[in-house]
Design a protein around this ligand. Structure first.
Ligand code: KG4
Ligand code: ZN
Length: 342
């Protein structure tokens, strides 16, 4: 099997357009990211039609920038990889169309990648590749799940959220407090000046296996805000944010450690946009230090959506299965983690 040394990777599943050049699955030659955050801010969330239009406007510019920064011509790539799902259908289509066109034009292998695998493989771009097995905590705007990763592409799904994703509740709490979008970084900033013990928000599903539920904590925060407003009290925004953030982190940590115990695993890997949260990273680091576990955390730029992680996942996908994906692969908005899109 020929190794695919240089992979051109494309990501356009949500509100970041990104193109990267990755070498040997672990080395980033370029990783250009164009965020649409500002455009969606006015609407308080991602507007799908606007997102696909903006991807189409930016993607060619990013392709040229990514190749230039990597110092290669498009003919020099060994394969082209792209996110096929999950994500917004119209947005996914923009990346898929470009990737398929390049693959046909240059007669190179086409690799369709699961976005969730990308978040996990962001951790292989750090210089210290994770050692299998480990428990993966995947927390983003669209997903919250625990996965036992036994080897490359050997995933055992443990559980996910029954309702809102962790990032989604950060965004919703920020919206209720009128703090702006996306909520995660703003809530984190407010929380840094608050008391996490000021309010005792519920940690739902504490005893329910590896399932999560975040709509309860969201409702509890909203109710607390209403109660305070009804009393005519000024809102203690930092305390509300810190207590809410603690409730989310505590339950994620509790279940991740439970999984480590049950499956005799001594490594935890964090992935997805919410793991950009410094308090969350510190809480996991402290718990891992205490137990002698290894914590794998991607650098901040690789926590949120980017094409480098898609290139890394594509490389190991090809190494593991030895096959490219058919050009008939379609965008799949609901692709689950255990599905290998190829
Ligand atoms: O992985 P990601 O970029 O996109 C998805 O695939 O969903 O994650 C975006 C989510 C948003 O909900 C955002 O509010 C959250 O990650 N996020 C954070 C932080 N930075 C981003 N949540 C908490 N703390 C942060 N610092
Ligand atoms: Zn993502």
């Amino acid at each position: 099997m020929k190794s695919l040394t240089t992979i051109l990777a494309i990501e356009s599943s949500c509100d970041e357009t990104s193109i990267a050049v990755i070498e040997n699955g672990i080395s980033i030659k370029s990783n250009k990211i164009s965020s649409q955050m500002k455009a969606h801010q006015a609407f308080g969330g991602v507007v799908p039609e606007l997102a696909s239009r903006m991807h189409a406007e930016k993607i060619h510019i990013l392709l040229n920038q990514a190749l230039k920064e990597a110092g290669i011509a498009i003919q020099d790539i060994d394969a082209v990889a792209v996110t096929a799902g999950p994500g917004l259908e119209g947005s996914l289509l923009v990346g898929l169309t470009m990737a398929k066109t390049i693959a046909v034009m240059l007669d190179k292998p086409f690799l369709a990648v699961n976005h969730l695998h990308g978040h996990i493989y962001a951790n292989f771009l750090t210089g210290t590749p994770p050692v299998f097995p480990f428990v993966c905590v995947l927390v983003s705007g669209g997903h919250t799940m625990l996965v036992l990763v036994k080897n490359h592409f050997d995933f055992q799904f443990l559980g996910s959220t029954r309702d809102d994703a962790a990032g989604e509740v950060f965004d919703k709490v920020a919206r209720v407090l009128d703090l702006g979008y996306p909520g995660g970084p703003i809530v984190e900033k407010q929380a840094s000046e608050g008391n996490p013990k000021a309010f005792n928000f519920p940690k739902a599903m504490k005893h329910r296996g590896y399932e999560f539920s975040f709509s309860g904590v969201k409702t509890a925060v909203i109710q607390q805000i209403r109660d305070l407003q009804a009393q005519g009290a000024a809102l203690p925004v930092p305390d509300l944010c810190a207590s809410f953030q603690k409730a989310v982190i505590d339950i994620l940590l509790l279940k991740a450690l439970k999984a480590c115990d049950e499956f005799q695993v001594k490594g935890i890997l964090l992935s997805g946009g919410v793991t950009a949260n410094k308090t969350l990273r510190q809480a996991f680091q402290d718990a891992c230090d205490k137990r002698g576990y290894h914590l794998y955390v991607p650098p901040f730029v690789l926590c949120t959506d980017n094409a480098a992680m898609i290139g890394a996942a594509a490389y190991f996908q090809y190494q593991t299965f030895g096959t490219a994906s058919p050009l008939t692969t379609r965008a799949n908005p609901n692709l689950p983690i255990c599905s290998l899109e190829q």
